[in-house]
Design a protein around this ligand. Structure first.
Ligand code: ADP
Length: 589
C-alpha cells in the first residue's frame, strides 16, 4: 500500500506565505496598474489639451495670415478696372502671379457672375481663366458683401486648399470677388513629421486635414447619401467619403478611439469661425507600456523582497535547526551519560543486594550459632545437673537414704521441666498455629499471668500496678495459651530490664478505643538499647548474655499478635524504661 507523506509544518507555512504574498503582489500590481494608468492618462490629457490648443492656434495663424490679402487686392485699381472691363487680364495676371509667388498661394478674380477673369496660374495647364465658381460658398458669401472662407479641392487644379474671398465693391456696387487659395499641404506635412496624430473635420465630420493620409477624406460618422453626393461633387471632387472604421467610447477626459487596431485618446476643439473641429489623438500604447513597466518594476521588486524574505527565513530556519540539532546532541549525550550512570547504579545496587544477601546469610548463620550456643548452654546445665543428681541417687540408694533419693528426684523433675520449657519455646516459634482461635477476655488472661508470676515479682521486689477493663469487655479472638505466652514474655522482659533498677515499677494498662483493644506494659527499666530498636522483633535477636535468653520472646509475640490481626510497637519513655503497646481488634460476639 502506498503511503503519502504529509508536508512538514514548515513547508505548509512556506506555501501559505508564498500564496498570500503572490495574492498580495497580484492585488498590488492591480492597484499599480490602475494608479499608473490614471496618472498616465491624466498626463496625456494635460499634454493633449495643450497640444490641441497649440495646433488650433497654428492652423488659425496659417489661415489668417492671408485674410488681409483678398481685402487689399479688392481695393486694387487694376482689378477694379479689369472688372469694369477697362483693363485687360493680361495686365493683371502677372501682378496676381507676383503676389501668389511671394505668399505661396493662388489668387484669382471672379466677375460678378462668378467666372474667372484673372488668375495667378494663368501660365499653367490648370489656368482657371473662364471657369465659373459661382456655386462655391465663398463666392456666395462675397456676393453678400462678406468675407468668405471655405475648404475645398480645386475642381480645375485637383489640389485642396482654403479659399478666402473678399468682394470687390465700387461705390457700393458688387463688381466681383478676389479669391486667395491657401495651400494647407505644408502644415499637414509638418504635422506628419512631428509624429503626432492631428486631424481636422468639417461640419459634416469629414476629415479634410490629417497628419495620417490614410484617414483623409473619410468621414467620422455615416453621411446621408444625398449629402455625401453633394459634398463629393461640390467640395471633395469625387472622393468616396467613406466612414472611418473606428469605435468611440466617451470618457470624462476625452473619447477613447479604437482605430486601425490602436487605441487613441481623442481631445478636440471647436474652431467656430470655420465650422471645423480639430482633433488631437494620443496613442495609448504609451499608457499600456507605462502600466506594463510599472507592473514589471513592482513585480521585480516584490519578487526580490519575497525571495530575500524566503532566503533569510530559510537561513534562520537552518541556523535554528542547526542549533536544535546541537542541543539535542547535548541532550542525547546527557541521556547517554544518565543511562550509563543508572546502569552503574543498578550494578552497584545489585552488588549491594548481593552483599546484603551474603550479610543476611552470615547474620542468619551467626544467629543460628548464637541459638545453638544458647540452646546447648540452656540444656547442658540441667543435663549435667541431672547426671550429678542421678549419680548421687545411686550413692543414697546404696546407703539406704531414700529421703535424699526422693529429694534428688524432685530436683531432676524440676530440671526436666526447665528443659521442657526451653524446647517448648522453640516449638512455639517453629509452629505458628492459627487454629484454636476463640473469643477470649484479655483482662482475665493478664490477671492469670500476674497471679502465676507473683512469686517472681515478689522475689524481684517489683511493684506491679494494673489498670484493666471490666471482665468480659476486652474480648479478642485468639488462643488463650498464646496470649498468656505474650503477656509472660512482656512481663519477663520488663523484670529482666529492671534487675539493676532502684525503683522497680511495672504498669499494665488495658483499655478499648475505637473497636480496638489496647494493652500497654510500661516498666522503669533500662529502656531499649539504641541499636536494639530496629531488630527487637527479629528472631534470635537478644542483647542478653548467652544463657539468659534465646532472643525468641518478642519474635514469638510479634507472630502471635500478627496472627490475630493486631500490631505491636515499642518505645522508650521519658526518664527510664520502655513501653510495649499491643493493639488487637475487638472481637464481635
Ligand atoms: P530475650 O528476652 O531472650 O533477649 P526477646 O525477644 O524477648 O529475647 O527480647 C529481645 C531484646 O529486646 C532483649 O534482649 C532486650 O534487649 C530487648 N528488650 C525486650 N524487652 C525489653 C524491656 N522491657 N526493656 C528493655 N529492653 C527490652
Amino acid at each position: 500500500m502506498k503511503t503519502r507523506t504529509l508536508p512538514s509544518k514548515k513547508t505548509r507555512q512556506t506555501v501559505l506565505i508564498v500564496a498570500v504574498t503572490l495574492i498580495s503582489i497580484w492585488l498590488v500590481l492591480l492597484q499599480v496598474g490602475i494608479f499608473t494608468k490614471a496618472r498616465s492618462m491624466s498626463r496625456i490629457r494635460e499634454i493633449g489639451s495643450s497640444r490641441v490648443n497649440l495646433y488650433a492656434q497654428s492652423l488659425r495663424t496659417n489661415l489668417e495670415q492671408f485674410r488681409h490679402l483678398p481685402y487689399v487686392l479688392a481695393r486694387d485699381r487694376r482689378i477694379h478696372d479689369l472688372l469694369n472691363l477697362e483693363f485687360d487680364a493680361i495686365r493683371v495676371n502677372p501682378h496676381l502671379e507676383d503676389f501668389a509667388t511671394v505668399s505661396s498661394t493662388m489668387i484669382f478674380v471672379l466677375d460678378r457672375g462668378g467666372t474667372t477673369v484673372a488668375t495667378s496660374n494663368w501660365r499653367t495647364d490648370q489656368d482657371l481663366t473662364g471657369f465659373n465658381f459661382s456655386y462655391r460658398p465663398y463666392f456666395k458669401a462675397a456676393e453678400k458683401g462678406l468675407s468668405g472662407g471655405y475648404y475645398a479641392i480645386g475642381s480645375r487644379t485637383g489640389k485642396p486648399g482654403f479659399f478666402i474671398s473678399y468682394p470687390v465693391l465700387e461705390e457700393g456696387n458688387f463688381l466681383g470677388v478676389v479669391v486667395v487659395k491657401v495651400n494647407l499641404e505644408t502644415i499637414q506635412h509638418i504635422w506628419k513629421k512631428s509624429g503626432e496624430a492631428v486631424i481636422v473635420s468639417d461640419a459634416y465630420g469629414i476629415l479634410f486635414l490629417s497628419s495620417n493620409p490614410d484617414w483623409k477624406y473619410k468621414s467620422l460618422r455615416p453621411l446621408p447619401p444625398h449629402t455625401a453626393r453633394r459634398l463629393r461633387e461640390v467640395q471633395y471632387q469625387g472622393y468616396p467619403l467613406v466612414t472611418l472604421k473606428m469605435e468611440r467610447q466617451s470618457t470624462t477626459g476625452g473619447n477613447i478611439l479604437l482605430l486601425e487596431g490602436k487605441q487613441y485618446l481623442e481631445q478636440s476643439l471647436q474652431l467656430p469661425e470655420y465650422g471645423w473641429r480639430i482633433h488631437y489623438l494620443t496613442d495609448l500604447r504609451g499608457v499600456k507600456s507605462n502600466v506594463h513597466l510599472a507592473r514589471t518594476v513592482t513585480a521585480v521588486i516584490a519578487g526580490f523582497i519575497l525571495f530575500t524574505f524566503l532566503f533569510f527565513r530559510e537561513r534562520r530556519h537552518k541556523l535554528r535547526s542547526r542549533e536544535e540539532a546541537r542541543k539535542s546532541r547535548i541532550i542525547e549525550e546527557i541521556n547517554e551519560k544518565l543511562l550509563r550512570e543508572i546502569e552503574e547504579h543498578k550494578q552497584t545496587e545489585d552488588n549491594l543486594r548481593k552483599i546484603q544477601k551474603e550479610l543476611i546469610q552470615a547474620g542468619k548463620l551467626a544467629a543460628l550459632g548464637r541459638m545453638s550456643a544458647a540452646v546447648a548452654h540452656e540444656l547442658n546445665q540441667p543435663v549435667t545437673a541431672i547426671r550429678t543428681f542421678a549419680a548421687s541417687c545411686r550413692i543414697f540408694l546404696e546407703r539406704n537414704q531414700p529421703k535424699q533419693v526422693l529429694e534428688n528426684l524432685d530436683f531432676i523433675t524440676g530440671l526436666t521441666e526447665r528443659m521442657g520449657s526451653i524446647t517448648g519455646q522453640l516449638k512455639i516459634f517453629a509452629r505458628k498455629n492459627k487454629s484454636g482461635h476463640h473469643v477470649v477476655d484479655l483482662a482475665k488472661i493478664i490477671d492469670k499471668v500476674l497471679l502465676f508470676s507473683a512469686p517472681l515479682i515478689k522475689a524481684g521486689h517489683v511493684n506491679v500496678n494494673s489498670e484493666l477493663t471490666e471482665k468480659g469487655q476486652a474480648l479478642v479472638r485468639g488462643d488463650s495459651l498464646h496470649l498468656e505466652q505474650v503477656m509472660n514474655n512482656l512481663l519477663s522482659n520488663s523484670l529482666h530490664a529492671m534487675e539493676k533498677s532502684s525503683g522497680k515499677e511495672i504498669h499494665v494498662k488495658l483499655f478499648i478505643k475505637d473497636e480496638t483493644v489496647i494493652l500497654t506494659v510500661t516498666d522503669s527499666g533500662t529502656g531499649i538499647a539504641g541499636e536494639a530498636m530496629d531488630s527487637l522483633f527479629e528472631p534470635f535477636f537478644t542483647t542478653k548474655d548467652i544463657g539468659d535468653g534465646l532472643g525468641l520472646g518478642l519474635s514469638i509475640t510479634y507472630g502471635i499478635i500478627q496472627d490475630m490481626g493486631g500490631s505491636i510497637s515499642a518505645e522508650n519513655i521519658a526518664g527510664n524504661g520502655a513501653c510495649f503497646t499491643i493493639r488487637l481488634p475487638l472481637a464481635v460476639t
